[in-house]
Design a protein around this ligand. Sequence first.
Ligand code: ADP
Ligand code: MG
Length: 242
Amino acid sequence: MDNLIDIKGVSHAYQTAAGPLPVLDGLNMAVPEGEFCAVVGPSGCGKSTLTRLVAGLMKPDTGEVWLHGELVKSPRKTVGMAFQNPVLLEWRTILQNVILPLEIVAPSMPKAQKEARAHELLDLVGLNGFANKRPSELSGGMRQRASLCRSIVHKPDVLIMDEPFGALDAFTREDLWQTMRDLRAQEPFTAVLITHDLRESVFLGDQVIVMSGRPAHAQYTLKVDLPADRTIESLYTPEATE
Ligand code: ADP
Ligand code: MG
C-alpha cells in the first residue's frame, strides 16, 4: 500500500441537543506519500471534522482512517497541524516557538541541533533575521510562516493545514503560496490542505478533492495536470485569443 492516508467509507455525525447532525457520509480519499492534496468545499461541509479524524483527535462513527498502514485510533504525534490563526507563545522567541515540537518528540536531541534545524527552516521561509524576535513583532504573514516551520520541524508524516491562509490579505496569501511551494521543493512532505479558495487548491495541489453534499462526501477528485513549475503569474496570464 503506497497511500500515506487512506480514508475508507468514513461517516460521522455530531450528537447535538437537537439530535444527531450527520456531517460526513461515506467519505473515501487516498493520499499517496509525498503528495499535496487540496480539499475544497463550502463552509460547514465537514472539512475541519476531516482534519480531526486524520489527526486521530476524533473517531468516526463508521469507516476507517489509515495512516502509514496503521489504523488511526488515537492522537498522532506524527501529524503536523497548522491553522488559520497560529498560536505562537508570546513569551518565547520565534526560534523557541519553532523548536517546541522537537522538545516534545525528541527531548534528548542536543539544543544546538534543535536550533540548527529551526534555523534551517526559518531560512527557507525567509525569516532568517527574525529568529530572536517575539511573535508580536512580526506581521500576520510572518507569524504564519513561523507557524509552518513549527508544524514541520519534527518531520511529521503528514502536514494537515486547515485554511492556514484564510486570515491573510490577498497579496500576503499569494506570497505564502509561493513559500509553500519553495518549502516543498527543498523538503518534500505529504500534505492535506483544507481551503475554500479554488485558485489556492489548484496552485498548490497535486490532487484536488471537492467535498460536497449534505452530509458531505468526496464528490469529485481531480488530479491537477499543470506544470510543476507553475508560477503565481501563470494564474493571471490570459489565454491568447488570436
Ligand atoms: P467546515 O470545516 O467544512 O466548515 P466543520 O467540520 O467545522 O465544517 O463542521 C461541519 C458541521 O458540523 C457544521 O454544521 C458544524 O456546525 C458542525 N459541528 C462541527 N463541530 C461540531 C461539534 N463539536 N458539535 C456539534 N456540531 C459540530
Ligand atoms: Mg473548518
